[in-house]
Design a protein around this ligand. Structure first.
Ligand code: GLN
Length: 485
């Protein structure tokens, strides 16, 4: 039986019933990883021995949890004791964290088996999976295209069946955008519901950890494991009420959904069709879908890049060649050591963000850039929250089109930043959002749509996607040979 064809929950169920063993699941995943890794870099570290040991241990004692025994991967910015955590950077290529991230502890306690650490854009900066020190991640549907980013390895791995789900991070779309490009489902939870302790920071007020999996149901099950207040992260909030899995009622009766129509002028025809078709499915399941207007769309991108770069420049100041990571050996004084270690250890995109962030925070430019971006963020929060008083959910595109060709953005980072227009608003506002597959484009490349909800209403968001997935089969398409014409 091909276990990689199962969803995470299906595999969990088969394991609990004793129909398959965790060892068999690990074995099949490893076979695929070996095949896949020969021409793609979805994993930075593969932990075969450890995974087999964990599988054996779980065969002795299986926790009574839906995902016990199901193997998964972690984005390589989540700290793991005893294993490298590289952030796909030369700076941290040799770094081993002295502790596990809170989500890693929770993952282990739920009976998760770790297959390895997924490749990503360096320090989670980028939208293409091309900025990794360890090599580019390619899209498993079409190896001439990007897998999206920054959680490129995570999304590509779920799509190609080299894990059943992944834990990733989303600062401005890094879970949702690669999920859309790889034809899988990815959820960015409400800010504060999942602990960031042990997540290597990109922009602390925007970063949030979440799942990438095949279905909304799988995402709910993973988030049920991850969510909850953590004394080690002061920005976490208590999570109460029924589990997310229990909130997947399968009905949308009385749910009001806003569709910001002017966004559809900014996307390729396939995406437009996908959004409109998804709206029809949601209606068929009982929702009321209404056209609405989402103001300040362009401004969200500008505010996001100013605020995220500012926070990144501050967060990355700790990599100085002294305390952590890459150290230049030729320096003869402290200034040289800092300058050389940082310019050798960081790649071009990371250096660009540090320069941009330092600039907008500098005394002479703070008011013109950083303060104005903060003001814009407040305005965005206000208009989004007003809109979400009228609607329970918003339905939008995730990306302007299918995954771009590798090298598409060349040396035009601004063009890459502007393509984040549909994802960054969710991070500025802290709201929950899910990206999931809709009808593919004319050539078969996956496309995604996004549902955004109110803060703490992650269950409503997941249920919206779940209802669509009960009616359609786009989320079950696999990039096996011949799928993309
Ligand atoms: N593409 C965005 C950026 O480069 C998002 C990154 C992320 O969510 N980590 O900043």
């Amino acid at each position: 039986m091909d276990l990689t064809a199962l969803t995470a929950l299906e595999l969990g169920q088969a394991i609990r019933r004793g129909e398959v063993s965790p060892t068999e699941a690990v074995r099949q995943a490893m076979e695929r990883i070996r095949r896949e890794q020969s021409d793609n870099h979805t994993y930075i570290t593969v932990t075969e021995e450890l995974a087999l040991e964990q599988a054996k241990r779980l065969e002795q004692h299986l926790p009574d949890r839906p995902l016990a025994g199901v193997p998964a991967g972690l984005k390589d910015n989540l700290c793991t004791a005893h294993l490298p955590t590289t952030c796909a950077s030369r700076m941290l290529a040799e770094f081993v964290s002295p502790y596990d991230a809170t989500v890693v502890e929770r993952f282990a306690a739920s009976g998760g088996i770790l297959l390895g650490k997924h490749n990503m854009d360096e320090f989670a900066m980028g939208s293409t999976g091309e900025t990794s020190w360890f090599g580019t991640v390619k899209n498993p549907w079409d190896k001439t295209r990007t897998a999206g980013g920054s959680s490129a390895g995570s999304a590509a791995s779920v799509a190609s069946g080299t894990c059943w789900y992944a834990l990733a991070s989303d600062t401005g779309g890094s879970i949702r955008q690669p999920a859309a490009h790889c034809g899988v489902t990815g959820m960015k939870p409400t800010y504060g519901t999942v602990s960031r302790y042990g997540l290597i920071a990109h922009a602390s007020s925007l970063d949030q950890i979440g799942p990438i999996a095949r279905t909304a149901e799988d995402c709910a099950a993973v988030l049920d494991v991850l969510r909850g207040q953590d004394p080690k992260d002061g920005t976490t909030v208590p999570v109460t009420g029924p589990s997310l899995l229990e909130q997947l009622t399968g009905t949308l009766d009385g749910v009001r959904i806003g569709l910001p129509v002017e966004l559809l002028d900014k996307v390729e025809e396939g995406v437009r069709r996908g959004v409109l078709e998804t709206a029809e499915v949601l209606k068929a399941r009982g929702a009321v879908v209404e056209k609405c207007t989402l103001p300040l769309v362009q401004e969200t991108v500008a505010a996001y890049y100013i605020l995220s770069s500012a926070q990144a420049s501050s967060n990355l100041a700790r990599y100085d060649g002294v305390k952590y990571g890459w150290r230049d050996q030729t320096a003869t004084n402290a200034n040289q050591l800092y300058a050389r270690s940082r310019s050798q250890g960081f790649g071009a995109e990371v250096r660009r963000r540090i320069l941009m962030g330092t600039f907008v925070l500098s005394a002479g430019h703070y008011d013109a850039w950083y303060r104005r971006a903060l003001e814009t963020q407040e305005q965005v929060k206000q208009v989004w929250n007003e809109l979400l008083q009228r609607y329970d959910l918003l339905l939008t595109p995730v990306t302007p089109g299918a995954a771009p060709k590798l090298g598409h953005y060349g040396d035009n980072p601004l063009a890459m930043y502007l393509d984040d227009v549909f994802t960054v608003g969710v991070n500025l506002t802290g709201l929950p959002a899910i990206a999931f597959p809709c009808a593919p484009d004319a050539e078969g490349h996956p496309l995604g749509v996004q549902l955004i909800g109110r803060a703490m209403e992650d269950g409503v968001v997941l249920n919206g996607a779940h209802c669509v997935q009960q009616e359609t089969a786009y989320h079950l398409r696999r990039p096996e040979k011949g799928e993309v014409k």
